[in-house]
Design a protein around this ligand. Structure first.
Ligand SMILES: Cc1cc2nc3c(=O)[nH]c(=O)nc-3n(C[C@H](O)[C@H](O)[C@H](O)COP(=O)(O)OP(=O)(O)OC[C@H]3O[C@@H](n4cnc5c(N)ncnc54)[C@H](O)[C@@H]3O)c2cc1C
Length: 457
């Protein structure tokens, strides 16, 4: 009963914030960027989703989850995402999607502006504590939000949002001091501060234990030297959740997570990295040169950073899977629509058995992945360690996304090779999933460890 009341109150808060926002912002008055292309005729209208859309049919979601997803849909629409049938014509006429296209072309999206919109509506802290601006809901609501963000028509923006909500902030919310949460978590949930996660380095990505960045105690400060690589949101972030070595002890016991303001002297953004995909997300290389940060900025216990980061990875992986499952649905649906209306040898492309059988096979795989995601999420919110299942889901998601991207793109013919359709962007963007946040082989290593079949060193 208490949970239902809490949930209802939290959703009410979110709805109030969202309504206030809608009243004050001319959401759908979007300017034309002149990017209408020959792909317009090829992009599909909304086709019914394959996922259950009401709680009565759903294994995990309650009416509250659907209410939350519905209100977020409006935000996704603003960002150029999927739209309801009634709004669609209007939005396509006014070319709402060019926001995403423009940011993709610019290699960056305005994180502060977008996060403020999401923060005002409550979507940056769905499972975070109410006293720090969150909704205090369980992780299944974050999964629901991530699924909905999969309607945004690029991978870069959802990834950047995921870094803020589910990669840079879970450890802070769980283990940080009240003072730290007030300074970094609260403004991140409200959308006033942009966060980034500094784990990977030039010489250490898969092997996190091998990072070299050092934070050496000098009086009440740490003095930080080293650098981070591949930092999402890195050129725009106000603070970094930094993993650094704080002692010379064994690699799993010598690391700490530290909240590092990015405007401190000695923090240098070396460059914004050019990438194959995820263009609208800025990825930075960052250096630290004698950066002084107070020791009280350490999250939780000094020396526990590696363990906290590994825990943080569980949420990161579930979040990434939820997000891509939706986008795979959208890509398959748009491919069905396109191939149904595109005729070759007097018949729609879709009518060739090789095509509709392949699409059916891909959709079956997506459903299997969704079932694994929901099972892992259901166990996680009951307090279980789901590292094995989350790793399995992440492994499968990365591989399946490559199949969906490649398989669907093929049926678009030359159109699939243009930059004007979602499928080609998905093909590029989704390639990251088998590499970032732990490569496929790292996932396999974790799964083997849990199956007790990993040879001992
Ligand atoms: C666009 C983008 C955004 C990112 N954002 C962030 C971020 O915000 N914060 C952050 O900290 N990091 C971020 N990363 C880094 C990402 O997590 C790493 O790239 C990833 O962990 C892989 O590390 P690496 O690139 O150093 O590859 P390496 O560690 O050099 O691995 C290379 C390859 O080796 C193979 N391999 C790895 N382990 C094994 C094994 N045990 N057995 C066999 N083969 C293996 C894999 O195929 C792997 O791809 C981002 C990366 C990209 C590309």
């Amino acid at each position: 009963m208490r949970i239902i009341t809490q949930t209802a109150m939290a959703l009410h808060c979110g709805a109030v914030r969202l309504n206030a926002l809608i009243r004050t912002r001319p959401f759908f008055k979007c300017a034309s960027f002149g990017l209408r292309s020959f792909a317009d005729h090829a992009s599909s209208p909304k086709v019914a989703s394959n996922a259950p859309e009401t709680s009565g049919d759903h294994v995990l979601y309650t009416p509250e989850h659907f209410a939350l997803k519905d209100s977020l849909k409006k935000i996704a629409e603003i960002l150029g995402g999927d739209v309801s049938a009634t709004q669609q014509e209007n939005i396509i006429d006014q070319e709402i999607n060019p926001y995403v296209d423009q940011w993709e072309a610019e290699g960056k999206f305005p994180a502060h502006k977008i996060f403020k919109i999401l923060g005002n509506a409550g979507f940056l802290g769905v499972n975070k504590p109410v006293e720090y601006g969150g909704m205090g809901l369980d992780y299944s609501y974050s999964v629901a939000v991530s699924e909905e963000l999969g309607h945004i028509r690029c991978g870069g923006i959802p990834m950047a949002i995921g870094v803020q909500t589910d990669m840079a902030t879970p450890a802070l919310a769980r283990f940080g001091s009240a003072e730290l949460k007030k300074e970094f978590l609260l403004p991140s949930i409200l959308g006033d501060k942009v966060a980034c996660l500094g784990v990977s380095e030039v010489g250490a990505g898969s092997d996190v234990s091998n990072i070299k960045t050092k934070a050496v105690r000098k009086g009440d400060d740490y003095v930080i030297n080293g650098g981070k690589m591949w930092t999402t949101n890195g050129t725009q972030a106000d603070w970094m959740c930094l993993l650094a070595n704080t002692s010379d002890g064994p690699p799993h016991r010598n690391k700490s997570l530290i909240c590092l303001p990015m405007n401190l002297p000695g923090v240098h953004i070396a460059r914004k990295i050019d990438k194959l995909g995820m263009w609208s997300s800025d990825t930075a290389e960052v250096f630290f040169e004698d950066v002084r940060v107070p020791c009280k900025n350490v999250i939780g216990q000094e020396g526990m950073g590696f363990t906290y980061q590994m825990l943080q990875f569980q949420e990161e992986r579930l979040w990434a899977v939820a997000n891509i499952v939706t986008t795979m649905d959208v890509v398959i649906r748009e491919t069905i629509h396109y191939t149904r209306q595109r005729k070759i040898f007097s018949h729609p492309v879709l009518y060739h058995q090789a095509v509709h059988f392949r699409l059916a096979e891909l959709q079956t795989e997506v459903e299997l992945l969704r079932a694994l995601l929901y099972q892992a999420t259901a166990l996680y919110i009951k307090g279980n360690d789901v590292t094995k299942m989350a790793s399995m889901a992440k492994l499968k998601a990365g591989r399946l996304a490559r199949e969906v991207g490649d398989g669907c793109l093929q049926y678009w013919g030359g159109m699939g090779f243009t930059s004007d359709v979602l499928v080609s962007r998905f093909y590029r963007d989704s390639r990251l999933l088998s590499i970032g946040g732990g490569a496929d082989e790292v996932m396999l290593g974790i799964i083997c460890k849990y199956m007790d079949i990993l040879p001992k060193k």
